[in-house]
Design a protein around this ligand. Structure first.
Ligand code: UD1
Ligand code: CA
Length: 466
């Protein structure tokens, strides 16, 4: 059976009270609609149609940014010029789905908690019974805002009543329509136009239930679904609810895969993050974006890691790491900041109050205290003394500093870029290096002068503190 998926995402989401299109609000770091798309992709549909309208370009653009591995003919955007209701939105998908698929699964773009498993159950029921329409229902403790499921005394479905059209008595009904449908394609296309215009001036997709019932066609119901999974986000409060539920789900999954979360309630892991086993995450930690964390790492407390790649055995304590690659066994913090563009070699020590930007640091290098490396290329086994600063910005451009392997940079050294410190060279405490220092030499003073390696001065201890 060929399956078509339609995701409705043309609405503005007025009840969110923001300018941003509702389906683009992130949940666990990923736009809501991408969660929906992930779930429907598991059905391996022949075609997925996303109906866009409000901020169509932004919605399309964002989705295309996230989905890069899908063929163009399988993911199609259609535009609903005016938001005339969910039934009208589905009509826009007809030209690209008609004659292509046997069943049409329709979901809303504002249900980020939907799981693939539930969609599979819906499809199973549909293929077993072949009704005109299969839909899911669930019992909501607070059904306000949802379409209510009206059944007759024999328990057969009669109608879905929208909140705005419901009588006080109907509003008491707790069985609601979460908005998961599987239609027989031929029946859908030949009956969509029968939806009447509502008092609100919209064509409600939910009226398809009543249309099927009136024709004596079967409607199959997948009842008793998990309400937490079928939350529709209409307001900021519901967005926060979805965020919390998604976070719990993500945390449980990582724990199931051998990650220790000391306090899941204060551990914030985006849907896009990967973590290796035996890693321990301490409280108040945010793991964001396309972050990949190796095995046996210790992260947090109080740490933010965004779009970074951490090897095995990395320790980060009360620090921020962004868009950087961090090698095996590196330790960072407390109170350090890796800004974007760093590549840190294995076993590097980055201690307190360090900042790094666009720098490459070789294996085994130590940078213990209060230092800044910007646009620096640092070799292996280098000692960066306390208070070392690369003066990489001359007011116009960013200049490079190169420090070769085995160099020993004394405390409070200013490296005025562009400048190079040769292999095993040393700088005295407080030196201001404005010119290149040859390998194996020693430089002192302001501005730093290179001393002959055999001179008496060169024998003075240039550095006391490690
Ligand atoms: C809808 C259902 C309601 C159900 C609830 C589940 C209808 C008429 N009502 O109500 O029975 O209980 O979802 O969460 O279907 N959209 C369009 N074009 C439009 C209107 C909406 O694409 O013209 C999209 C929206 O972007 C949104 C989705 O459809 O992603 C649902 O619209 P929304 O306004 O949130 O519907 P609800 O009032 O929640
Ligand atoms: Ca909704």
């Amino acid at each position: 059976m060929n399956i078509g998926v339609v995701i409705l995402a043309a609405g503005q989401g007025k009840r969110m009270r923001t300018r941003r299109a509702k389906v683009l609000h992130p949940v666990a770091g990923m736009p809501m609609i991408l969660h929906v798309l992930r779930a429907t992709a598991a059905l391996e549909p022949t075609r997925t149609v996303i109906v866009v309208g409000y901020q169509a370009d932004e919605v399309r653009g964002q989705i295309n940014q996230w989905v890069t591995d899908v063929a163009e003919e399988t993911l199609i955007f259609v535009e609903q010029a005016q938001p005339l209701g969910t039934g009208h939105a589905v009509m826009q998908a007809a030209p690209v789905l008609q004659e292509k698929v046997d069943a049409v699964v329709v979901v809303y773009g504002d249900g980020p908690l939907l799981r693939a498993e539930t969609l599979r159950h819906l499809l199973e029921l549909h293929t077993q019974t072949h009704p005109a329409l299969t839909l899911a229902t669930c019992e909501m403790a607070d059904p306000v805002g949802y379409g209510r499921i009206r059944r007759d005394s024999a328990g057969r479905l009669q109608q879905i009543v929208e909140e705005v059209a419901a009588t006080e008595q109907q509003k008491e009904i707790r069985e609601i329509n979460p908005g998961l449908y599987c239609f027989d394609a031929a029946w859908l296309w030949s009956n969509l136009a029968k939806i009447p215009l509502s008092a609100k001036g919209e064509y409600y997709l939910t009226d398809m239930a009543e249309i099927a019932v009136a024709q004596g066609k079967g409607v199959a119901i997948l009842a008793g679904q998990n309400p937490m999974e079928l939350l529709g986000v209409n307001s900021q409060a519901q967005l926060a609810e979805a965020e919390q539920a998604m976070r719990q789900r993500i945390n449980l999954q990582h724990m199931g895969e051998g990650v220790t979360l000391i306090d899941p309630a204060t551990t914030y892991i985006d849907a896009t993050v990967q973590i290796g086993m035996d890693t321990i995450i301490y409280p108040n930690t945010y793991l964001q974006g396309r972050t990949v964390i190796g095995e046996a790492c210790v992260i947090g407390p109080g740490t933010v890691v965004r779009d970074a790649y951490l090897g095995n055995g990395v320790t980060i304590f009360n620090s921020v790491v962004e868009e950087s690659q961090v090698g095996e066994g590196v330790d960072i913090g407390p109170f350090s900041h890796l800004r974007p563009g760093n590549r840190i070699g294995a076993g590097v020590h980055i201690g307190n109050y360090a900042e790094l930007k666009s720098s490459q640091v070789g294996a085994g290098t130590k940078m213990g205290h209060v230092s800044y490396l910007g646009d620096a290329l640092v070799g292996e086994g280098v000692n960066i003394g306390a208070g070392t600063i690369t003066c990489n910005y001359d007011g116009k451009r960013k200049n490079k500093t190169e420090i070769e392997s085995g160099a020993f940079i004394g405390s409070d050294t200013m490296l005025v870029a562009p400048v190079k410190v040769g292999a095993r060279a040393r700088t005295g405490a407080g030196s201001v290096v404005t010119r290149d220092i040859p390998a194996d030499s020693l430089a002192f003073g302001v501005p730093a002068r290179v001393r002959d390696a055999d001179s008496a001065e060169a024998q003075l201890p240039a550095e006391k503190k490690e």
